[in-house]
Design a protein around this ligand. Structure first.
Ligand SMILES: [Zn+2]
Length: 85
């Protein structure tokens, strides 16, 4: 079964789940029960924002806070996986 890295859009909690590809039911955050997103699918949008809005400061991009949280979590998790945290 494939595993996915998920991030809570409310508290930024990052966790892994194992589920079938066909299973698209919501995955609540284990900490606060809020909505979560798949990091692998969502994270790249964080890094393409400058191409779409090269002159806009980050704070003017809709959803910037969520994306920044997500980017931070991805970086944290990558560092952890590398044994640097
Ligand atoms: Zn949460």
């Amino acid at each position: 079964m494939p595993h996915y890295d998920r991030i809570c859009i409310n508290c930024g909690n990052v966790f892994e789940i194992f589920r079938r590809m066909s299973d698209s039911s919501p995955v609540p955050c284990p900490k606060c029960k809020n909505e979560t997103q798949n990091i692998i699918l969502e994270a790249p949008t964080t890094f393409t924002r400058n191409i779409d809005h090269p002159d806009s400061p980050l704070d003017e991009i809709p959803g910037h806070e969520q994306k920044r949280k997500m980017a931070d979590a991805v970086i944290r998790k990558t560092l952890k996986d590398m044994g640097k945290l």
